[in-house]
Design a protein around this ligand. Structure first.
Ligand code: SF4
Length: 229
């Protein structure tokens, strides 16, 4: 199937009972500030072109962010930080992402995650990560002809991604490379692939200054160059 077909099929997935229950519970109960909105309440597919050279891998949709708007990192504080930085380095058409039809475009960049449904407390279980890994594996396989670099936001994404890449034919060293901010690995495989680690854009990191806008821009600029963008 094509990437568009994969994205469409993904939105029908109900493979993880705990996450299905949570995403739908959040969508039915809502946050007061969004009481007038219809929440998406389903799996959130990757966002960006099917021939992306740079891929950004996060963690999972936020309950009142992507689980509400239906688009990755759209409508929450993490997304505010990420899209501002993507715009600043020339990878996004606008610095804000408020809802799925706000006209935002990504240039040569696709954003996805190892878990596509909002988890309670932002913590998927290892079993949920492994179940959803099948979607990520197929997505990366479809992106492989154009994909040259990946920015991984946070240790969860890093640990989820490496086995998926190994399954898809990239040579992942043993012991596995460890996650860190600005950690860098080049993997041989279907095409050489550059991995760059980055602290997650969660409020825990951005409000405390652990991840500053300049640090995020530096990682994105490096990955953009490695991707040939
Ligand atoms: Fe399906 Fe992934 Fe959602 Fe689990 S997390 S229900 S595998 S889309």
């Amino acid at each position: 199937r094509t990437l568009a077909e994969l994205d469409a099929d993904l939105t029908e997935c109900r493979a993880c009972p705990r996450l299905v229950e949570w995403r739908e519970h959040v969508a039915a109960t809502k946050r007061a500030a969004y009481a007038d909105e219809t929440y998406w309440g389903r799996p959130v597919p990757g966002f960006g072109p099917s021939d992306a050279a740079l891929v950004i891998v996060g963690l999972a949709p936020a309950a009142h962010g992507a689980n509400r708007t239906g688009r990755m990192f759209t409508g929450d504080r993490s997304g505010d930080v990420l899209y501002q930085a993507l715009y600043d380095v020339g990878l996004a058409s606008q610095p804000t992402a408020t809802h799925a039809r706000d006209g935002l475009e990504l240039y040569g960049t696709r954003i996805t995650s190892p878990v596509h449904c909002a988890p309670p407390a932002n913590k998927p279980t290892p079993a949920e990560r492994d179940t959803c890994g099948g979607w990520l594996a197929e997505e990366l396989d479809l992106l492989a002809p154009s994909m040259r670099s990946i920015v991984v936001l946070g240790a969860f994404g890093w640990q989820a991604l490496l086995p998926v890449l190994a399954r898809a034919g990239w040579e992942v060293p043993r012991p596995r490379p460890t996650f860190g901010h600005a950690a860098y690995v080049e993997l041989a495989g279907p095409a050489p692939l550059h991995l760059v680690g980055c602290y997650h854009v969660s409020q825990q990191n951005t409000f405390t200054g652990r991840l500053t806008p300049a640090m995020l821009r530096d990682v994105l600029t490096r990955a953009k160059g490695l991707a040939g963008l």
